[in-house]
Design a protein. Structure first.
Length: 317
């Protein structure tokens, strides 16, 4: 039984799957390092979902990590003319970049270091990813919701102190959740994530649908939507797409954990669900950057050379 707990815990550290029972300890991991450890322990015959999640994490390292760094650089350079959501977007990009940095460390610890402290740090990183993404996206959705649906209230709450307070609360919840996940002391801890993702998913979808409805209603009787409202409409639509694509799979699958075979849930359902959550570390910064008119890494001279030249002369008759 102890050996099975050890293998389960090792598997979690790499692919963010089921947490072991509360009575398992990190010392048992240290005692098991004498035997070969595999990512697929217990799932050798059902490894497709695990491979899928590993590919997503590698994708995040090579694409998501630089994209998140670029988002942070962009927001820092535009700090004199910030939008009200920039603080949330910056912190979300920072947390996703931190998660990307921890992926190669998890592989090094699995195959080379095999350190107890390393396992704790990796599980802490997964706890940060589980909580920071949904909560900061919720803050962005609420910020846009107030701006569009309740503009008068929004104008009274534009002070940065409110966003500092919200960010501080999210960081506190994130660190508390991540620390609890790293210690393995809470019984049935994986159900906390299920409850969190259900609540946050419902809130975000309702907020974004309300925003889209309000923007569409303001267009009634007009041929064209106001450019600023059109920009807000596209932004909210992209956020809604991220929410549905990244968080609908775990919302649809995880609440029915008891109806699955335990091995099927551990080897198939959880890796697939977490893979969709993890890929948000790449999707979110890429969608943000795609909405920018100018990227900080591209100089004006380079942009002029790459853009098609306009012919000032009239074409011959």
């Amino acid at each position: 039984m102890n050996g099975q707990l050890v293998l389960n815990d090792t598997y979690i550290a790499v692919v963010s799957t089921t947490l072991p029972p509360a009575n398992s300890t990190m010392n048992s991991i240290g005692n098991a390092t004498a035997k070969p450890i595999s990512v697929f322990d217990g799932c050798e015959e059902m490894s497709a979902a695990i491979l899928f999640d590993l590919c997503v994490q590698v994708f995040n390292v090579f694409l998501g990590l630089p994209a998140n760094i670029l988002v942070m650089v962009t927001i820092y350079r535009n700090r004199r003319e910030p939008s009200t959501s920039d603080m949330f977007i910056f912190l979300l990009a920072f947390m996703d970049a931190y998660f990307g940095v921890m992926v190669p460390i998890s592989f090094l610890n699995l195959y080379y270091w095999q350190s107890v402290e390393g396992w704790r740090a990796i599980k802490f990183a997964y706890g940060v990813k589980d909580t920071s993404g949904p909560l900061f996206l919720s803050c962005i959705c609420m910020d846009r919701f107030l701006a569009v649906v309740f503009p008068i209230t929004f104008s009274r709450l534009k002070s940065h102190k409110y966003r500092f307070s919200c960010s501080g609360l999210v960081l506190l919840l994130t660190l508390t959740y991540a620390a609890a996940k790293a210690t393995d002391r809470v019984p049935h801890f994986e159900r906390i994530f299920t409850g969190e993702i259900l609540t946050v998913f419902t809130l975000m979808v309702l907020c974004n649908l309300s925003i889209l409805w309000a923007l569409q209603r303001s267009r009634a009787g007009r041929d064209e939507m106001h450019p600023m409202k059109k920009k807000a409409f596209k932004m909210v639509l992209s956020i809604l797409a991220i929410i549905i694509f990244n968080y609908l799979p775990p919302v649809a699958l995880f609440p029915f954990q008891d109806s699955y075979n335990p091995d099927v849930f551990r080897c198939y359902v959880q890796p697939v669900g977490f893979a969709f959550v993890n890929i948000s570390s790449s999707m979110q910064p890429l969608i943000y950057l795609s909405r920018l008119e100018k990227l900080p890494c591209i100089s004006d001279a380079c942009r002029q050379r790459c853009s098609p030249k306009k012919n000032d002369e009239a074409p011959p008759a």
